[in-house]
Write a protein that binds this ligand. Structure first.
Ligand code: PHE
Length: 341
């Protein structure tokens, strides 16, 4: 039978040189398992203790445990030394030159539509408007009926819609349904804008199938057309410049009465007419006094309250402000174009 104390001593010496030779934590861990793990060599040696005569067993057992502890400590010490060396090496391998000035790689920036949307929000928030939102998948009541656009109404043809599923839901064709949704939840005074995406089956140089609108709604006691005019004049001057004027002309929307089209004076000729604007005025939005039935549909008593609403296309506002000839340029990923903003 093998001599256990001798085996133990041989194992101890061999283990020390193996530990010293381990070059990384993984190798060290493999070594630990090979020595001290359940199937490790030292563990096997310890098991051999049982076959010793009882007189030798206690002493040999004590020695074996001491070796085990010694090796555990040696492994821990080696692990600490390897970690120390790794950290010391980091200073060589991973350094940061904080004086380095990189070449301009061309940073990203906000898209013109995002810029104009933010500007519109800021302009209205200065006069006490808050932002409201509604769903992009709408039901026909909110998108049409509650806005005085019953089935068969010609206005539905102007807003050729994307229906969803079996047809009771559609992608909203305008942000006006947010008027109804907001009135359902709030009594006057109401001053909101509702920016968001809208959808129509349309695509050419001035129409996109998905575009943006910003709706506005103001409902309070004694709101008049002059309030609408003052508000939109303030808006147009804030966006386009203090020298600009607005012009209201008669228009028609089923959900406002009276309805107006709002144009801003051309920035080049001031309204006289030039080759850029043709007639001196640029249409920027639709608006009007909220129809009494629409107030009623939103749960507001038209005998006590009146209001105005407006809807604009920020895509168009951006085209006018930045002089863009083709609306498609703002959805195409041409960085040469986008870089200009
Ligand atoms: N919803 C109308 C459209 O999409 C715009 C509008 C909004 C007109 C509010 C008047 C009042 O054309």
């Amino acid at each position: 039978m093998a001599n256990l104390p001798e085996d133990l001593e041989r194992l101890r010496l061999a283990a020390h040189s193996q530990i010293a030779a381990a070059q990384d934590p993984t190798a060290l861990e493999q070594l630990r398992v090979a020595l001290l793990g359940k199937k490790g060599t030292l563990t096997a040696t310890l098991r051999g203790l049982g076959s010793l005569p009882p007189t030798e067993r206690a002493q040999a057992g004590e020695r074996a445990n001491a070796v085990k502890k010694e090796l555990e400590e040696a492994i821990a010490a080696r692990a600490a030394a390897l970690e120390e060396a790794r950290r010391a090496g980091l200073a060589e391998q991973e350094w940061l030159d904080i004086t380095f000035i990189p070449q301009d790689e061309g940073y990203g920036h906000l898209h013109p539509i995002t810029l104009i949307m933010r500007e519109i929000r800021a302009v209205f928030s200065h006069i006490g408007y808050t932002v409201a939102v509604g769903p992009e998948v709408e039901d026909e009541w909110h998108n049409f009926e509650a806005l005085n656009i019953p089935a068969g109404h010609p206005a539905r043809d102007d807003m050729d819609s994307f229906y969803v599923g079996s047809g009771a839901l559609l992608l909203r064709t305008h942000t006006s349904p947010v008027q109804i949704r907001y009135m359902e939840q709030h009594q006057p005074p109401i001053r909101i804008i509702a920016p968001g995406r809208v959808y129509r089956r349309d695509y050419d140089a001035t129409h996109l199938p998905q575009f943006h609108q910003v709706e506005g709604l103001c409902v309070d006691s004694d709101i008049r057309l002059s309030d609408l005019k003052g508000t939109l004049e303030y808006f147009a001057r804030s966006i386009f410049g203090a020298e600009r004027r607005i012009r209201l002309t008669g228009d028609h929307f089923p959900f406002t009465e009276p309805s107006v089209g709002v144009a801003v004076s051309c920035g080049i000729c001031g309204g006289a007419g030039c080759s850029s604007c043709k007639r001196g005025w640029l249409e920027i939005l639709g608006a009007g006094m909220v129809h009494p039935q629409v107030l009623r549909n939103g749960g507001i008593d038209p005998a006590r309250y009146s209001g105005f609403a407006f809807g604009m296309g920020p895509d168009r506002i951006a085209m006018l402000k930045y002089n863009l000839p083709d609306i498609r340029s703002i959805v195409e990923p041409d960085v040469r174009f986008l870089r200009q903003f």
